[in-house]
Design a protein around this ligand. Structure first.
Ligand code: ADP
Ligand code: ZN
Length: 441
């Protein structure tokens, strides 16, 4: 049941700051963090020395461009404690990446860092309509992955009734949603779809049997089409939320109920967009790689961390009243981009096609292979049991529609394989959408 749209703001002093005040705050905090990194983290000192940049050279936000980048490989090379900027005794929490790309990495947080992160998540939940009256079921995994504890801390700070389900055991998740009357759900969007479908298979009608009004979904790329499916399935508002272990977990940025991009918590992080090849900063509005500098973290601050996530930044006003810059949807990670017969393909492009075709379910797998030295793409997609009658003509129609749309949107021809409902593995965390067999040989 969708609740009336609210524009409640957790911390208006910062979330609605004037641009001049925000710039002044960011500049001051940036200067402090650069000095702190230079004095306490040997690799930052060495890199700044190598570039001939001294902490006192950083005077304005424009000077950011003179600072060295930080890469995920730096976290691996410095594993586990080499990037800590405070004594180990001051670190109260270790979180780890979910390991989507290679060996896991860890990040250390002081109590101050945990508190800042909790507030970022509280801001996100508030923007999705959460108050102390709500019951929030957190179905992100807990553990080293940041999703579970991130939303948990945010919901607790608001004073909501927090249900730390973690992911897995889907029928039990649904039983708890129903029995406790949860009003908000937080998990990956792919898991939310799975929960919604399972609830319907269990004979529940989300309109009458569940009390969900909204949720915060992130940790993996998803599309507008997927949002529409999810909102229909569970009859609520699905807001996007973004985060990454290296910067802070979920809550680095988040959507308000306007659902027009994710407000960045700019009093804590400075976002930039760069050209991933030339590494030059790009103006707002350009699509490119997102880079973050943390300006309030103590345990493991990051200077110009390259996320490899592709998106654009938008500084236009938002009806909610927040003045912070917004990130558009992540259209892909540079690590995820497939090059198929010379064409750059992001799984999200294919997802928007599939999810918009009537009769196709939002469960798919892209299988890339090389046959006779030519790349091939097979798109396996489940047919939807409810939406159509599965006559041969219907199936042929769906197949052709998908094939034509992929050809026109992505520019390559793919083999479309329609598979039976429930044959593509479901995900309880981040969905695995691609099998690239070329990398296996
Ligand atoms: P990893 O997935 O690299 O092991 P994390 O668990 O820290 O590491 O996840 C961070 C990554 O998850 C981000 O860099 C981004 O690629 C992805 N991500 C997080 N939130 C979103 C979102 N809302 N939309 C798209 N991608 C997201
Ligand atoms: Zn807004």
């Amino acid at each position: 049941m969708k609740a009336p749209k609210t524009h409640a703001i957790y911390n208006p002093e910062y979330e609605c700051m004037s641009r001049d005040a925000m710039t002044a705050l960011q500049t001051e905090r940036l200067r402090q963090v650069v000095r702190h990194e230079y004095d306490h983290v040997p690799i930052y000192r060495a890199r700044m020395d190598a570039k001939g940049v001294r902490p006192e050279d950083i005077r304005t936000l424009d000077d950011l461009r003179h600072l060295p980048f930080t890469e995920k490989t730096d976290l691996r090379d410095q594993f586990p404690f080499g990037l800590f900027a405070v004594p180990k005794k001051d670190i109260v929490r270790i979180q780890g990446s979910s390991g989507t790309t290679g060996k896991p990495i860890v990040a250390g947080y002081t109590q101050h860092d945990v508190d800042v992160w909790a507030e970022m998540a509280a801001r996100a939940l508030t923007a999705a309509g959460c108050t102390a009256e709500d019951i929030v079921q957190v179905s992100y995994g807990y553990g080293l992955f940041t999703g579970g504890l991130g939303l948990h801390q945010g919901a607790s700070l608001i004073g909501a009734m927090t249900v730390p389900m973690s992911s897995g055991n889907t029928q039990r998740q649904i039983m708890m949603l129903k029995e406790l009357g949860a009003t908000m759900l937080c998990c990956t969007p792919s898991y939310a779809i799975y929960i919604g479908e399972t609830a319907r298979e269990m004979g529940l009608d989300p309109h009458t049997d569940l009390k969900l009004k909204a949720g915060c979904f992130g940790a993996e790329p998803w599309t507008e089409e997927m949002r529409m499916r999810l909102e229909q399935l569970l009859d609520f508002d699905a807001c996007d939320i973004y985060g990454l272990t290296e910067i802070a977990g979920p809550g680095v940025s988040f959507e308000c109920l306007e659902k027009n991009g994710m407000h960045v918590n700019e009093d804590h992080v400075i976002p930039e967009i760069i050209d991933p090849v030339t590494e030059e900063p790009l103006p707002y509005g350009s699509s490119g790689e997102l880079v973050f500098t943390t300006i309030t973290k103590q345990g493991m601050p990051m200077l110009r961390y390259r996320t490899h996530d592709i998106c654009r930044l938008d500084a236009s006003p938002c009806a909610c009243g927040r003045t912070t810059v917004r990130m558009g949807r992540i259209t892909g990670r540079t690590d995820d981009m497939l090059i198929i017969r010379g064409v750059n393909v992001f799984p999200s492009q294919i997802e928007s096609v599939l999810v918009s075709v009537k009769g196709a379910a939002p469960h798919y797998l892209l299988v890339v292979d090389r046959e006779h030295s030519t790349d091939s793409l097979e798109v396996q997609v489940e047919i939807d049991e409810s939406g159509f009658s599965d006559t041969v003509a219907d199936l042929e129609h769906i197949r052709n529609e998908i094939k034509d749309k992929i050809k026109s949107v992505v520019g390559i021809s793919a083999k479309i394989t329609l598979v039976n409902p429930h044959t593509i593995p479901r995900s309880e965390g981040k969905a695995k959408r691609v099998i690239d067999k070329r990398k296996l040989v």
